[in-house]
Design a protein around this ligand. Structure first.
Ligand SMILES: Nc1ncnc2c1ncn2[C@@H]1O[C@H](COP(=O)(O)OP(=O)(O)O)[C@@H](O)[C@H]1O
Ligand SMILES: [Mg+2]
Length: 473
């Protein structure tokens, strides 16, 4: 069998409950109504019979055997109460009847005997006059002796017709209530099943990895609470998925970048080696090729050690041993080391700090690595005859280092990315192909590991300023 939807089941169960309730209530109401009406009719006729039996005129007329008077009375009463009236004497002989002829014989002997013995009598559904009727009988007594009896017989056709139309009303009312209730049940079932169906849809969409909207139900009932929890979970899952996706992307990009960076030197090494193997290169040129090959190998070396450095930082394994050290001294040493390269390009290396600064909390080798990296960049991206200025400013809590140059600058749209791994502003125009694009990423990790911050400001064509802070000792 096909599984029924929640909606159908809710609607069906509601309809069944409503129907059963209606049937039970309708049945009960019908039963009570019928009994009430029947009892009323019966009591009314019993009272009529009693009143007639107690009527002095009738008593006297029986005693005097005045059949004419009795006949008249019977006819009049019959008209006013819409029933046949039969009066018999103590021997059972009919004295008067509003419906001449048939009546007397129709009365059951046994019943007549009972009434003449002093009992009252009521009977439903007899067919005294050919139609279903209500028959009541009452003894007529004079001085405690039964001298006769009065019987009333009324057709219950009218009563049945009344009952039938009452039943029709009940049925109409029940049908209307049923339709209303089913409509209400329909909307109730819809309101319950809709959010559940929606949750189903959202969950499926999520499972397929697609973007999904939230479930819109907003009730403050249990379903609303469930939808709330569901929506929150969906948001969390989606965020996690987005995060995962980003990480995945980054990893892929990283691998692609690494492969790309390795390819150039490896390809060129292979080329040179093949040329040498084929004996194409004359002996006197070999040393030139060795120099080129050493350069490639140096580049590979730098790449590997940069990558290792970065990996260690990202794994949190980098060993930083901060000690109190005088920053001016260390900066002067770095400047001294790089002065030959600056002189080569006729770049002035300026310093703006005293030699007696208060100590900072830093790992000496790492601080040197930071400064060398920044000044190396400045040297590479500053044309001949330019200048580079290294400044140190000390505050209460921290010391700010900056490396400014008069170089080519970094376009504003590239500024946010320069600290990212492998990011190079313009690969084609980078003057020295030696760069890996990892330097600034490492510098940032180093600064952050010291508890400092790093920043860059630049104007295309006018120069760049990298500044970072380190905590004071
Ligand atoms: N002082 C600077 N002036 C201009 N551009 C710079 C400077 N420093 C860095 N950049 C840009 O940022 C990029 C990333 O620098 P870095 O991470 O040190 O990599 P690499 O030096 O290996 O190219 C450089 O390729 C360059 O485009
Ligand atoms: Mg660099």
């Amino acid at each position: 069998m096909k599984p029924k939807s929640l909606f159908t089941r809710l609607l069906l169960s509601h309809a069944v409950i409503i129907l059963v309730t209606m049937l039970v209530l309708g049945g009960m109401f019908n039963y009570l109504l019928q009994h009430y009406l029947a009892n009323r009719l019966q009591q009314q006729f019993e009272k009529n019979a009693q009143t007639l039996a107690n009527n002095p005129l009738i008593r006297e007329s029986i005693a005097l055997a005045a059949d004419d008077i009795l006949d008249n009375v019977a006819k009049q009463v019959s008209q006013s109460i819409e029933a046949d009236v039969i009066i018999i004497d103590s021997s059972g002989t009919v004295l008067a009847s509003s419906e001449k002829g048939v009546v007397g014989e129709a009365l059951n002997r046994e019943e007549v005997k009972n009434v003449l013995a002093g009992q009252t009598y009521s009977r439903w559904g007899g067919t005294l006059l050919g139609t279903p009727s209500l028959t009541v009988g009452n003894p007529i007594k004079l001085n405690n002796t039964v001298i006769g009896a009065v019987f009333l017989d009324t057709s219950i056709k009218g009563f049945q017709a009344n009952l039938f139309s009452f039943r029709l009303y009940i049925l109409y009312a029940a049908l209307m209530a049923l339709v209303l209730a089913v409509i209400l049940a329909y909307f109730l079932a819809k309101s319950i099943s809709r959010p559940i169906l929606q949750m189903n849809k959202v969950a499926k969409a999520l499972a397929r990895g697609g973007k999904t909207e939230m479930v819109s139900y907003q009730g403050d009932d249990e379903l609303g609470a469930l939808v709330n929890v569901f929506n929150r979970s969906i948001t969390e899952i989606q965020n996690t998925l987005v995060e995962q996706h980003k990480l995945e992307e980054q990893r892929r990009e990283f691998v692609a970048n690494v492969s790309h960076e390795f390819r150039a030197p490896v390809t060129s090494l292979q080329g040179f080696l093949e040329l040498m193997q084929d004996g194409v290169i004359p002996d006197e040129e070999k040393s030139k090729y060795f120099t080129l090959m050493l350069k490639d190998i140096g580049r590979l070396n730098r790449l590997v050690s940069d990558l290792l450095d970065l990996a260690r930082f990202q794994a949190g394994q980098a060993k930083i041993k901060p000690v109190a050290l005088e920053p001016g001294l260390l900066a002067s040493e770095v400047v001294a080391k790089l002065t030959p390269r600056a002189t080569e390009k006729n770049i002035r290396l300026l310093t703006e700090f005293s030699q007696a600064l208060s100590p900072v909390l830093a790992d000496g080798d790492r601080l040197e690595q930071i400064l060398v990296n920044l000044i190396d960049n400045a040297l590479r991206f500053t044309p001949v005859d330019g200048w580079i200025k290294i400044s140190i400013h000390q505050g209460e809590e921290e010391t700010c280092f900056s490396v400014a140059d008069s170089g080519i600058g970094i376009p504003p749209q590239d500024l946010p990315y320069v600290f990212e791994r492998f990011y190079k502003v313009d690969k084609a125009r980078t003057p020295d192909k030696g760069g890996t694009g990892l330097g600034l990423a490492i510098v940032r990790e180093l600064v952050l590991a010291h508890g400092g911050t790093i920043d860059v400001e630049s104007k295309s064509g006018q120069g760049t300023v990298f500044s970072f802070t380190l905590p004071n000792a």
